[in-house]
Design a binder for this molecule. Structure first.
Ligand code: SF4
Length: 307
């Protein structure tokens, strides 16, 4: 069995910068992280051990008890930032500049009097942060959600981690169903996401199956796994090396490896090392036929020894 790494994968600069800022905090016990700093259980555990207080993503409405609040790379609305300031919290802001760009684009479209269509996952923290500052908007996750909108002035932006092909389909449907509207589109998918998706499209042409490493609630990790399936290539979504089972690889000759933007380099390396060991063992070669494979998001829910 041969293993091929995607040309681009793993942690993006936005997540690295956020982690670096958290690392420089002198007294973590005085800081509440406003939601998950990154969608990565190992990192969440490390932050917990360091002493940070962490709000759940659905529990961010409550007033933080610590004097300092750290906003994650996913960002928050201006309204939420003002609320934190008004209750006397000192804010450490690690919002990724490319998330901020999506906010600004949505606000600009709204200022032009457009009804904003945000193409993204309803309820995702990044999406919430953007729409909370808008008066008139719809969140559109797929073409089934597209409709004819009342406004004849529409503005489209997207969650930074949207797959380009899905985005194109949804835009086409919006145009088809609103052919009398003036529609302005701002492409706010971030460059790291685009590069990882392009690398994935290249990878699926060269492999029999792909291992995608990342948190279960990491949107961009799930999107990478979805992309494999859309191209007819089986994908195994794992959060760490312990979740790899040799049976899954029986019958495959070439395995691709990629990872979401919140995956640590050390986790990717551990998965690759494990794959190399499987490849060099007799186990995979001796098995014949294809076993039943876990689908995306249904990988083994093992406790990872790395965490
Ligand atoms: S995925 Fe893109 S927008 Fe999100 S933190 Fe990384 S670089 Fe920034």
């Amino acid at each position: 069995m041969k293993i091929i790494r995607a040309e681009e994968m793993g942690m993006c600069f936005g997540v690295r910068d956020a982690l670096q800022i958290a690392d420089q905090v002198n007294d973590p016990t005085q800081v509440t992280i406003h939601g998950e700093l990154v969608h990565n259980p190992r990192v969440i555990h490390q932050l917990d051990v360091a002493g940070f207080v962490q709000s759940s993503e659905t529990g961010r409405d409550a007033d933080p008890e610590t004097p300092v609040v750290l906003i994650t790379a996913h960002g928050v609305s201006n309204r939420e930032r003002e609320r934190l300031n008004s209750i006397g919290k000192q804010v450490i802001d690690t919002t990724c500049p490319l998330v901020r760009r999506a906010h600004d684009a949505a606000m600009q479209l709204a200022a032009e009097g457009r009804h904003v269509l945000l193409i993204g996952k309803p309820g995702h923290v990044e999406v919430q942060g953007i729409v909370e500052d808008l008066g008139s908007y719809d969140v559109v996750a797929d073409i089934k959600m597209v409709k004819q909108y009342e406004s004849k002035l529409l503005g489209i932006v997207c969650q930074t981690t949207m797959p380009s092909c899905l985005l194109a389909e949804i835009r086409e449907e919006i145009t088809a169903r609103n052919n009398e509207a003036d529609i302005k589109f701002v492409d706010t998918v971030c460059h790291p996401t685009k590069r990882r998706q392009a690398a994935m499209l290249d990878l699926v042409k060269r492999v029999d199956a792909v291992v995608v490493v990342g948190g279960r609630n990491s949107n961009n990790t799930r999107r990478l796994a979805d992309l494999c399936h859309q191209h007819g290539v089986p994908a195994l979504h794992v959060t760490c090396a312990d979740e790899l089972t040799d049976q899954w690889f029986a019958g495959f000759e070439v395995i691709g490896l990629t990872a979401g933007t919140s995956t640590l380099d050390s986790t990717i390396q551990a998965v690759e090392d494990r794959l190399e060991r499987l490849a060099s063992s007799d186990m995979v070669a001796k098995n014949s036929g294809y076993p039943s494979m876990p689908s995306v998001g249904q990988g083994v829910q093992a406790e990872c020894s790395e965490s």
